[in-house]
Design a protein around this ligand. Structure first.
Ligand SMILES: N[C@@H](CCC(=O)N[C@@H](CS)C(=O)NCC(=O)O)C(=O)O
Length: 210
């Protein structure tokens, strides 16, 4: 039995969707970033980095989305969401996941947390505005490229598509909204039909569009 520590709509939604997709038993524990629950002593004992997600496992707590996702899929997956180690197919999925996790997620922080990048108010405003331009350019490139059903080009989504759905969801904050770019909207609608996505988002009280 696993325990997922999540905050609605944050990057923990990726692990949440994958747990549902795998159909493994887990308990979902809300750690709301809005109420700063991630800074409470009880949670800091679970994850001293004060971030979500964290995953409680029979062998201890695991943090960092990429490590958690790889662990869950290696242990419970059938190779569809993440191919076997040593295959180029897996390397391509992980290449994409690494890009989203280490380049795109931090880029979003320029918009959501400009105070992490500059001290003064006007500098923060500049970080936020420049961040927005880069984020919109990213989504426009992605919209132009995503002409097939999924990023992988296959007929079924991989881990990279679940991660990307979380990123596109954040893209609704920008102008133009990523969720209204034609190919990204079609992708998001496709992902939203999956029962796993519906269960995870319903528990979090949101959707892939809200
Ligand atoms: N490297 C971590 C980053 C996790 C992360 O940044 N989570 C955000 C939510 S999207 C968080 O917990 N933020 C709380 C804070 O920074 O105060 C991962 O990929 O799991």
């Amino acid at each position: 039995m696993y325990t997922l520590y999540y905050s609605p709509g944050s990057v923990s939604i990726v692990t949440h969707m994958i747990l549902e997709e795998l159909g493994v038993p887990f308990e979902a524990v809300k750690v709301s970033l809005d109420t700063k629950a991630h800074h409470e002593p009880a949670y800091l004992k679970i994850n001293p980095k004060a971030k979500v997600p964290s995953l409680g496992t029979p062998d201890g707590i695991l943090t960092e989305s990429v490590a958690i996702l790889e662990f869950l899929l290696d242990r419970h997956g059938d190779g569809t969401l993440l191919a076997k180690p040593g295959t180029m197919e897996r390397a391509r999925t992980m290449e994409r996941v690494a890009y989203l996790a280490t380049e795109v997620h931090p880029l979003m922080n320029r918009y959501f947390h400009p105070d992490d990048f500059a001290a003064g108010e006007s500098e923060q405003k500049a970080v936020n505005e420049h961040g927005q331009r880069k984020i919109v350019a990213f989504f426009e490139r992605e919209d132009a490229k995503l002409t097939g059903a999924y990023w992988s080009g296959g007929s079924a989504p991989t881990l990279a598509d679940f991660y990307f759905a979380a990123v596109v969801r954040w893209g609704r904050w920008f102008k133009p909204k990523a969720t209204e770019m034609p190919n990204l909207r079609a992708f998001q609608e496709r992902m939203a039909t999956r029962p796993s996505v519906q269960r995870a988002t319903a528990r979090e009280g949101n959707t892939l569009f809200s």
